[in-house]
Design a protein around this ligand. Structure first.
Ligand SMILES: [Zn+2]
Ligand SMILES: [Zn+2]
Length: 243
C-alpha cells in the first residue's frame, strides 16, 4: 500500500497547493481520501483523474470537499472525450443530507457508509471512528490486509484515538495547532496531542498534517517528539509513504 499526500493544509491551501487530500494505492486500485481545495489540480501531477477508482470523504467542511464539484466536471468531460460511462463512487456519511446529496452527479454517485461497520473498497478495508469536531466527521483506519494507515481527519483530542490507532504502520494526525495553543474549541489537535496518541498507540510512524499557515512548522515535529520517539514527518505535497 502506498500513500501520496496530495494536500496537507488546514482551512485553506498555500499558493499552488491543496487542503486535505490523500491518494492511497494498491494493486492498481486508487482511492482518494478527501478532496480539499486545490486537490484536483495537484492530483493530476500524480494520476490521471479517470484512474481514480473510488473517493471517500471524512466530512463536509469546505477544506475537505471543495474540489468534489470540479472532480465531477472532470469526469463529465473525460467521459465524453473517452466515450466511457463509468460511474465514480464517492463514499460519504449520511449525517449531513445536503452534503451527501452533492456527491452525486452525472458520472459520480454518492454511496453512504455505515460508520459502525467495516467498509470494503477494492483491496482496502476501512473502519471508522467519530471525531470530536463541530460537524459530524469520521476518522478512518485503512488496511490492505498487511499494513494499516490511520487518518484522524479533523478532530480535537479524545482518548479513543489511542485504541483506534493501536499498532498502525502510519498515523496521520490533524496538527492544526502548536503545542502552546488550544485546539479543542475549534475541533483540532496540537502537535503534542498527536505525539501523545502516537506514543500510547505505539504506531510505527507519525505524519503531522492539516497544517497551520503560520509559525515555524519544524517546531511541530519537535513538540510531538517530546512524547513520541519514533519517526515523525511533516506532511508535504507529494510526500510518499509505503511502496
Ligand atoms: Zn472540519
Ligand atoms: Zn479541515
Amino acid at each position: 500500500m502506498k500513500l501520496t499526500v496530495i494536500g496537507c493544509w488546514g482551512g485553506y491551501p498555500a499558493p499552488g497547493e491543496a487542503t486535505s487530500a490523500y491518494l492511497v494505492e494498491k494493486d492498481d486500485f486508487n482511492l482518494l481520501i478527501d478532496v480539499g481545495s486545490g486537490a484536483l489540480s495537484t492530483l493530476q501531477q500524480y494520476k490521471h483523474v479517470m484512474d481514480i477508482d473510488a473517493v471517500i470523504v471524512s466530512h463536509y467542511h469546505a477544506d475537505h470537499i471543495a474540489d468534489i464539484g470540479v472532480l465531477q466536471y472532470a469526469w463529465l468531460t473525460q467521459s465524453y472525450l473517452k466515450d466511457v460511462d463509468e460511474i465514480l463512487p464517492i463514499y460519504g456519511h449520511m449525517e449531513d443530507e445536503t452534503g451527501f446529496s452533492k456527491l452525486t452527479h452525472d458520472f459520480t454517485e454518492g454511496v453512504p457508509y455505515d460508520p459502525h461497520a467495516t467498509l470494503n473498497i477494492g483491496p482496502f478495508s476501512i473502519s471508522f471512528l467519530k471525531t470530536k469536531h463541530p460537524v459530524s466527521c469520521y476518522g478512518m483506519r485503512v488496511s490492505d490486509g498487511q499494513k494499516s494507515i490511520v487518518y484522524t481527519a479533523d478532530t480535537s483530542y479524545q482518548d479513543s484515538w489511542i485504541e483506534f490507532s493501536k499498532g498502525a504502520d502510519l498515523l496521520i494526525t490533524d496538527c492544526n495547532f502548536y503545542a502552546e495553543q488550544d485546539g479543542s474549541g475549534a475541533g483540532h489537535m496540537t502537535s503534542e496531542e498527536g505525539g501523545k496518541i502516537a506514543k500510547e498507540a505505539e504506531v510505527k510512524e507519525l505524519l503531522l498534517s492539516h497544517l497551520p499557515q503560520y509559525g515555524n512548522r519544524e517546531q511541530l515535529i519537535e513538540e510531538a517528539s517530546y512524547y513520541y520517539k519514533g519517526k515523525i514527518r511533516l506532511a508535504k505535497t507529494g510526500l510518499v509513504w509505503g511502496e
